[in-house]
Design a protein around this ligand. Structure first.
Ligand SMILES: Cc1cc2nc3c(=O)[nH]c(=O)nc-3n(C[C@H](O)[C@H](O)[C@H](O)COP(=O)(O)O)c2cc1C
Length: 162
């Protein structure tokens, strides 16, 4: 059997988009974390999922949040991806955002931030799975822009053309 690093390197060969998952914690403070485990699940009802590491400092906020948003980053938003991959609870201090009708922070519809897509979700189910939890959201609202996406492949950020 290969070791953990070989497994990680093999998984990294699957190219993905890059999202920032956002929610409000129990005090109403905005939380955001970069995630590429997003996947669509069901059209009817509209369900999507992502995975959160059990060791994440933001775990409690996402486990308790009744609503969250999935912000799909554009090719020119690598800085936001790096920013929201840091472990820090003041990450939103310098990032423009609005609040969805359900109170989840959204990185769009502001002067400076244009994401490729936003999915606003109601937390539908959470499954305990190995060293992660799978969070399934029912999409309550969504929108998209005709922009190039940011990609993640082989441990690095990429554009569609390389
Ligand atoms: C491209 C990329 C994708 C990531 N995807 C995930 C993910 O799907 N789930 C997750 O729990 N962490 C993921 N991470 C790591 C988190 O962004 C990062 O560990 C976290 O924000 C650090 O803060 P925390 O320890 O306070 O949670 C990803 C990081 C990067 C750079």
């Amino acid at each position: 059997m290969n070791d953990d690093n070989t497994f990680r390197r093999c998984l990294a060969k699957f190219a993905t988009g890059v999202t920032v998952m956002t929610c409000s914690d129990e005090d109403g403070a905005p939380c955001g974390m970069t995630a590429n485990s997003f996947s669509s699940v069901s059209l009817e009802p509209p369900l999507v999922l992502w995975n959160i590491a059990k060791v994440s400092n933001s775990l409690e906020a996402y486990m308790d949040a009744a609503h969250f948003a999935i912000n799909v980053l554009a090719a020119d938003q690598q800085e936001l991806a790096t920013h929201f991959a840091m472990s820090d609870h003041t990450l939103f201090d310098d990032v423009e955002h609005t609040l969805s009708a359900d109170g989840a922070p959204v990185l769009a519809d502001t002067v400076a931030v244009y994401t490729v897509a936003v999915f606003e979700c109601r937390t539908h189910e959470i499954h305990d799975c190995g060293d992660h939890y799978i969070i399934i959201g029912e999409v309550t609202d969504f929108r998209s822009e005709d922009l190039e996406p940011l990609l993640f492949f082989d441990g690095g950020y990429r554009g569609i053309l390389g």
